[in-house]
Design a protein around this ligand. Sequence first.
Ligand SMILES: Cc1cc2nc3c(=O)[nH]c(=O)nc-3n(C[C@H](O)[C@H](O)[C@H](O)COP(=O)(O)O)c2cc1C
Length: 201
Amino acid sequence: MKLSSIVLAPLLVSAAVVGAAEADPPTRILVAFHSQTGNTEALAHLVRDGVASVEGVEARLRKVGAVTDEEILQADGILLGTPVHWATVSVETRTFLDRVGGVLLQAGLLQREGRTAGAFCTGGGAAMGKEMARLTILNAFLTMRFLVIGGIEGDGFGTLGPEATTPDPKSPLASEEKQAARDSGERFARLTRQVRLGVGR
Ligand SMILES: Cc1cc2nc3c(=O)[nH]c(=O)nc-3n(C[C@H](O)[C@H](O)[C@H](O)COP(=O)(O)O)c2cc1C
């Protein structure tokens, strides 16, 4: 074997590996949440676990105030969680939505196709605003041109996204709420990856 092929062979292999990685970059999913007393944070961890279970997906879990502009710009999908405050999203969640739109607009990237969005929430009452809170999030993301993906529950029906009824701070989540959060996170990540691979960057 010539000296040149001994030297070049490993370089060619590394170039092929780098090329494959570039052709199939990880799908980045941001799980952002606001939580005052810990309930939405607990749900966010389960959603993140579901997201992280999908191969080829990179999951980031962040409090809304800790998300950087770079993370917003890089996200292929954003799952946003809120506590229900007076039958809608919390002020902090609304501020984050404004920020996502502002960052994408300023970067001239609002028109980039293929970003996905989802919502999750916790509320003290069974029917005191959880639907409105999630719809408010999904509505904002639709206006920012995201593709909206809902959640799934145990009987196989679709939902507006994971939710839990939490009468007290640090309320224990019911096992079916936990399962739906994980399953919905997994489905969100799987579908986002398919969209991203189909649409490209
Ligand atoms: C200011 C405020 C307003 C609230 N309004 C509602 C409401 O309208 N409907 C509801 O179901 N729960 C309401 N709750 C209860 C919270 O949604 C619930 O405790 C939630 O799980 C808190 O989430 P966190 O622990 O992530 O902050 C309210 C709580 C606060 C602090």
